[in-house]
Design a protein around this ligand. Sequence first.
Ligand code: ATP
Length: 239
Amino acid sequence: MTPPNVPALSAHGVCFGYAGREVIHDVDLELGRGTVTAIAGPNGAGKSTLLEILAGVRTPQQGEVRRLGTVSLVVQRPAAPETLPLTVRDTVSMGTWGRRLGRRQAREVVAEMIDAVGLTGYESRPLTDLSGGQRQRTLLAQALARRADIVLMDEPDAGLDAASRGRIHDLLLDQADRRGAVVVCATHHDGFIAAADRVVRLGSVRTPWQAPPGLGPGVDLAAGGDAPHIKLHRVQRCT
Ligand SMILES: Nc1ncnc2c1ncn2[C@@H]1O[C@H](COP(=O)(O)OP(=O)(O)OP(=O)(O)O)[C@@H](O)[C@H]1O
């Protein structure tokens, strides 16, 4: 387990672009255990790209990312595998693989996670029969069952009603508070942004990020604001 004063997830000078068009420019982050970071910004600002880089799914074209511990990434709008008839229970169970739990303990973790995301009663339902929001919550439960040190989530609250969204937000905040996970979550929801310890705001030159009402100017794009360890950025070319 990483000591509290050592960043469990850090990025230095990270740049990334698609086909020569830069999306992520010179991001610096140092995130310690037990912290919650929201990645905010308009559609297309680069939130998913940054999460994938932090997770190690994409390699930065410049700069480096360091991770201490295990990583769990939940991608946005996952498709259900039509040819693989997995149930909610099967899917969440996969999260326990590799944790060396006994059968009974694994069953308990699966039941606990299914309950935590509000899907008790759906255990035997195939993923293909679920709504997009239910499927998203199933994959969230799977990710949380892994008990990864670094939990990266791409809009796990998208398309959920207010009650489900609140439940998911509380669950993510709990991951940091109760077991010291590093939680990083892309979101469009001001409630989560306000509750996070850190906010990384991605903007673009054409559509600059606008602070939602109620959020102070101290956390503006490129300003560092209340999170001076985070160097923010906008879409620019790497030189
Ligand atoms: N595989 C790809 N190939 C080329 N361009 C891509 C690819 N993935 C994303 N992009 C582009 O990179 C930019 C950032 O995309 P990204 O998905 O990271 O944004 P986002 O902030 O997560 O958006 P949203 O809020 O809509 O999910 C967009 O302009 C997008 O079109």
